[in-house]
Design a protein around this ligand. Structure first.
Ligand SMILES: [Zn+2]
Length: 471
């Protein structure tokens, strides 16, 4: 309830805002847009995929960019981790606000891309009139380039914030997510902040006509957890088959999991998301969202949303088998067969709780279960009216009156680790894109060219809102 009251309070406050932030002048924005584009071009050429060892050189290049802009080498820390690295940059403020720093984070690594499968080479920045293309052009080298350029712009214009601003670029967000854990564990004093703005995900949503319809801010993420379920059997020779067979046992358990659905769950974040998104969609999905807001047990609405892969995760925990392995020879009865089940757990449940629920659903006490890796749970971040008001003011000159919508991500980003370490974390980006054009992790990843200038204006205004003294 606290959350809803804060949210309504903020909605009222935005109506009383005296005026928008001063827009940055067009020539300056054009100049820094060119520099951000040059950084993006350089970044896309680097295959910062897991195991390639290219992140440290990328971090070193960015380090030079900061130094050239006037940052002292003391303000920069490269933190190596195996064959990757993080880069931390501190922009010293004058301390006049008496407040802890603001942390801005993005990641330098990307998921792999197969040049054979792409229309354009993934590790070369390509462009047409509307888009830039390349692996990482959206997730997340765009925002690394924007944040770097933002700090350069602020420094070159002699700006002094009223509190420190910190950038943390991590090095393995797409895979192990260990660099962020290293930072929160071993480098806390360098990244400690009142809150983190995770510039990866969230941001502006365009409709098919190219109009901005909403701006999303991530307040929470589901817990990512993976389980393995193994059927065992004494085995034997396939010329002497028996009725009991590990593959049959596992197959039956998988079918029971298929038939099982986790209960529907809602939270203030998801209900506010539905309430604010419903009026923007003039289709059955919008209708279903509106029905669910007035009656969270409406079965038709639940069925409609559950049938959509992009919304099923907002209604509760989901688990799905993703890998199978088993058997050891084509002429032997299998001794062990394993299914891997990946879950996205609704905030408020532990991975163990969900594993027990899966065990009940699989209904075979001979199966062996285990947790794969270390799941990370993170609480939802508190509603922060100051950040929401700043976003509203920063968007005003670009997209006046745009609805700002809190959301819960179904993936796990570095933000989950900041939250777990006690640093409230909000995901947002200055990118405006039609979800249909979002090919992050997929083929032909792209980002609208217009987002470069818009993002710079947006983040410059955000810093003005959050890190200057207002009278
Ligand atoms: Zn990302």
């Amino acid at each position: 309830m606290r959350y809803r009251q804060a949210f309504l309070g903020w909605v009222l406050a935005t109506l009383l805002l005296p005026g928008a932030t001063i827009a940055a002048d067009a020539d300056t924005v054009a100049h820094y847009s060119e520099r951000a584009t040059a950084l993006l071009r350089d970044a896309i050429g680097r295959q910062t995929v897991r195991g390639a060892g290219n992140v440290p050189a990328y971090a070193a290049t960015l380090q030079d960019v900061f130094i050239e802009a006037g940052f002292s080498p003391d303000a920069l820390t490269v933190v190596p981790y195996n064959d990757t690295a993080s880069l931390i940059v501190r922009y010293a403020g004058d301390g006049s606000s008496g407040r802890k720093p603001i942390l801005l984070s993005s990641h330098m690594d990307v998921v792999p891309a197969d040049p054979e499968a792409w229309l354009r080479h993934p590790f070369e920045l390509q462009e047409d009139d509307t888009f830039f293309y390349g692996r990482g052009v959206l997730d997340n080298k765009f925002d690394v380039s924007i944040l770097t350029t933002l700090f350069v712009w602020l420094k070159e214009s002699g700006f002094v914030p009223n509190r420190d601003l910190i950038i943390a670029f991590t090095g393995d967000e797409e895979t192990a997510q260990e660099t962020v854990q290293q930072l929160t564990r071993d480098y806390r004093e360098l990244i400690d902040a009142e809150y983190a703005l995770v510039v990866d995900g969230g941001g502006g949503v365009l409709n098919d006509a190219g109009e901005a319809i909403q701006f999303q801010v991530g307040f929470a993420e589901k817990t990512y957890a993976t389980f393995s379920m193994t059927a065992k059997n004494p085995g034997g020779h396939s010329s002497m088959p028996r009725a009991d067979n590990a593959i049959y046992d596992l197959a039956r358990a998988i079918q029971r999991l298929e038939a099982y659905q986790f209960p529907v769950e809602t939270s203030e974040i998801t209900m506010t998301y539905f309430a604010r998104t419903a009026p923007l969609l003039d289709d059955e999905v919008g209708e279903a969202m509106a029905k669910l807001v007035s009656d969270p047990s409406d079965e038709d609405a639940i069925a409609t949303l559950r049938a959509r892969p992009e919304y099923v995760g907002t209604l509760g925990t989901t688990c799905i088998p993703t890998m199978l392995s088993g058997g050891h020879a084509e002429n032997a009865l299998p001794r062990a067969v394993t299914a891997t089940v990946n879950c996205r757990i609704f905030p408020g449940h532990t991975p163990n709780e969900i594993m027990r629920e899966l065990q009940r659903a699989a209904d075979d006490s001979n199966l062996e279960w285990s947790v794969v890796g270390v799941p990370v749970s993170s609480p939802a971040s508190d509603f922060n009216t100051e950040i929401m008001a700043a976003i509203g003011a920063a968007l005003e000159p670009i997209h006046p009156g745009l609805p700002i919508v809190p959301e819960m991500g179904s993936g796990t980003t570095d933000g989950a680790y900041f939250r777990a370490a006690g640093i409230p974390s909000y995901s947002l980006s200055g990118i405006f894109i039609n979800p249909k054009d979002s090919f992050a992790h997929g083929l032909n990843e792209r980002v609208p060219r217009a987002s470069i200038a818009e993002s710079l204006r947006f983040w410059r205004a955000m810093v003005d809102e959050l890190a200057t003294n207002k009278n």
